[in-house]
Design a protein around this ligand. Structure first.
Ligand code: 6PG
Length: 243
């Protein structure tokens, strides 16, 4: 099978993946601010990025001029911001509450709102900062063992209402409403980075990168920046039988 797009970088451990992700964040941010005076980034949800967020909130807390950084989210669970399920809470606890960033530079998806209203509000926020054809400097993603990414889940065409830029979606597998950036936004980014770890994701990672192209059943395959880099940061457990 032909390889899907994207550069695969394999690391010995989850800790090495976390450091690589934090360093990629800082490097991309530095380059973006030098080139354009600003760094726009969408954070990934889930648990994999937690260790990288902890590094960004500690060792790298002074690595960027946060006043030039706008932090968004790739997706959010429709829960209040103080709920342990909240992607915002995960990032705030480990990272955002430890850096000197103006509150207006952190763009939270309002998971406590009606999902459709929250998606429409976020669309306005994204357009206000990045314009009507939003091009993020960096979008961070994770991948579920079922091949979902952000809140693009198997079984629905991930490009549906792509022009909405931000979508409210009910996930039957997660039994919850979610808010997510659409593939159109993700694929317009200058750089998209997946962080994926563990033997449980090995088969899906291989299917996404080498299997038949079927983004309805394997939404992570829809990620293919048309004018940007795609990088996979993975640990050895996610790619070999040696764990
Ligand atoms: C979410 C994420 C989701 C996540 C994957 C991987 O809100 O859950 O956006 O796409 O990245 O499910 O999650 P883990 O990193 O916890 O395995």
């Amino acid at each position: 099978m032909s390889e899907r797009p994207g550069e695969l970088r394999v690391y010995d451990s989850p800790a090495d993946v976390a450091r690589a992700l934090a360093e990629l964040f800082v490097r991309t941010g530095t380059e973006s601010i030098v080139a354009r005076g600003t760094f726009t980034v969408a954070l990934a949800g889930g648990s994999t990025p937690k260790a990288a967020y902890a590094l960004l909130g500690a060792e790298y807390a002074d690595a960027l001029d946060w006043g030039n950084v706008d932090i968004f989210f790739g997706d959010e669970r429709c829960v209040p911001p103080d709920d342990d399920l909240s992607n915002y809470k995960t990032a705030d606890d480990a990272f955002l509450s430890h850096i000197d960033i103006p509150s207006e530079n952190v763009h939270r998806m309002h998971g406590e709102m009606d999902p459709a209203d929250a998606a429409a509000e976020y669309r306005r926020d994204v357009i206000e900062v990045l314009g009507p054809d939003p091009r993020f400097d960096l979008i961070m993603l994770g991948m579920g063992p079922d091949g979902h990414t952000a809140s693009l889940f198997p079984g629905t065409d991930p490009t549906t209402d792509d022009d909405a830029l931000v979508r409210a979606v009910y996930s039957s597998s997660q039994q919850q409403w979610r808010i997510t950036l659409t593939p159109k936004v993700i694929n317009n980014a200058r750089c998209v980075v997946f962080a994926t770890e563990g033997a449980a994701k090995r088969a899906m990672l291989k299917r996404v990168r080498e299997g038949t192209y079927d983004p309805v059943q394997t939404p992570a395959q829809i990620v293919a920046p048309h004018d940007g880099a795609l990088i996979w940061l993975v640990d050895s457990a996610a790619v070999t039988n040696e764990s």
